[in-house]
Design a protein around this ligand. Structure first.
Ligand SMILES: Cc1ncc(COP(=O)(O)O)c(C=O)c1O
Length: 400
């Protein structure tokens, strides 16, 4: 009898976490490493949020809570959806989990049966296909390449839908590309979905607040109210409020789905951390002005990185609408060799050689379902980004 489960054989460990771990190990050996792999803001959680958590601890809010969230936080989430997205939800329609990741996982576990298909635009956040596999479903990646600015077209979505399609996962702005769908672009997709009533929509709005220039964020249930009854609108405090370690994500959707997600959660983690829930309550209901300041900082970094990477030989770097990632195309360096003789045969070789020869850690595109590319997370200072991009430029210039 095998000790490890067949389920485990279907999935792989997160490659983004693997890159971060490798970069940290090289750093610990004393190497000069710049990590551009981690998907988290470099800011500290704002003080008012930290203070709210301290108050919660001192007030004894340190016990089990209701499975899918304390009532005060659910009320604040309903207020957030109304205020920012024009969406009306009741607390019974809201689920709070241990990070956005657990929310998505609960929803897939609660709904997928063997053979059920989940459409995932590629490049995708690394966890979507593996979570679908863990839940027993079949991921159906559909590539949206650089020629459509990494955005799925209505025709592509239409062609991917089958009678077995259960979910369409939508993520805008996107990890790993930063691509954000305009209202018209999203409307094109929702029109397709309206023709297929068996397909549910999982909208992962994690990067809602990280949008640049005049880009206006929108979400499917708001753009097409006809989809409200089969949409799970997912979000969280991790990225917007620099709270990745607190582990709070949430979603709103039909009561039957929310209840089913609660059943899964009740038998896995019981409830999200009590103290973190009070911190998230303050994040969502406290001052929001600093979000605009952070957006400006990220926008400056995006402009810096896009400009410097486009000056690297063989790299094409589109300018994304949001998040804190860019996803440059490296078709121009494939087939070339490093001075030490390594042939850059694919993006994984590129990322490994870049790390070993220049100390810059990025995540290779194959991990996200579209090659040859790599992902840069620019959630670090201008000074560090300038140095990293300069190293990438000289690495590319050295290839023959
Ligand atoms: C698109 C996307 N969704 C969800 C998550 C998960 O966020 P959390 O840290 O709240 O679990 C991430 C984190 O990287 C992400 O990039």
């Amino acid at each position: 009898m095998a000790f490890l489960s067949d389920t485990l054989a279907r999935v792989k460990p997160s490659p983004t976490i693997a890159v971060t771990t490798k970069a940290q190990a090289l750093k610990a050996e004393g190497k000069d490493v710049i990590g551009l792999g981690a998907g988290e803001p470099d800011f500290d959680t704002p003080e008012n949020i930290r203070e709210a958590a301290k108050r919660a601890i001192d007030a004894g809010k340190t016990r089990y809570t209701a499975v899918d969230g304390i009532p005060e936080l659910k009320a604040a989430i309903c207020a957030k959806f109304l205020r920012e997205n024009g969406l009306t939800y009741t607390p019974q329609q809201v689920s709070v989990g241990t990070g956005g990741k657990q929310i998505l996982y609960n929803a897939l576990m609660a709904t997928l049966n063997p053979g059920d298909e989940v459409i995932i635009p590629a490049p995708y956040w690394v966890s979507y296909p593996d979570m679908v596999l863990l839940a027993g479903g079949t991921p159906v990646p559909v590539v949206a390449g650089i020629e459509t600015a990494f955005k799925l077209t209505p025709a592509q979505l239409e062609a991917a839908i089958t009678p077995k399609t259960k979910w369409f996962i939508f993520n805008s702005p996107s990890n790993p590309t930063g691509a954000g769908y305009t209202r018209d672009e999203l409307k094109g997709l929702t029109e397709v979905l309206m023709r297929h009533p068996q397909v549910w929509v999982m909208s992962d709005d994690m990067y809602e607040h990280l949008v640049f220039d005049d880009f206006k964020f929108c979400t499917p249930a708001e753009v097409e109210p006809g989809l409200y009854d089969r949409t799970l609108t997912c979000n969280g405090v991790s990225k917007a409020y620099a709270m990745t370690g607190w582990r709070i994500g949430y979603a709103a959707g039909p009561v039957s789905l929310i209840k089913a997600m609660g059943t899964i959660q009740s038998q896995s983690t019981s409830n999200p951390c009590s103290v973190s829930q009070y911190a998230a309550l303050e994040a969502l209901s406290g001052p929001q002005e600093f979000l605009a300041d952070w957006r400006r900082v990220f926008q400056g970094r995006r402009d810096l990185v896009v400009s410097m990477l486009n000056q690297a030989k063989g790299i094409r770097c589109p300018k994304p609408e949001g998040a804190f990632y860019v996803y440059p195309d490296i078709a121009g360096v494939i087939g070339k060799a490093t001075p030490s003789g390594t042939v850059i045969s694919n993006d994984e070789v590129f990322a490994t050689a870049l790390l070993e020869e220049t100390g810059v850690a990025v995540v290779f595109g194959a991990a996200f379902g579209l090659s040859p590319n790599f992902r840069v997370s620019y959630a670090t200072s201008d000074e560090v980004l300038r140095e990293a991009c300069a190293r990438i430029q000289s690495f590319c210039a050295s290839l023959v």
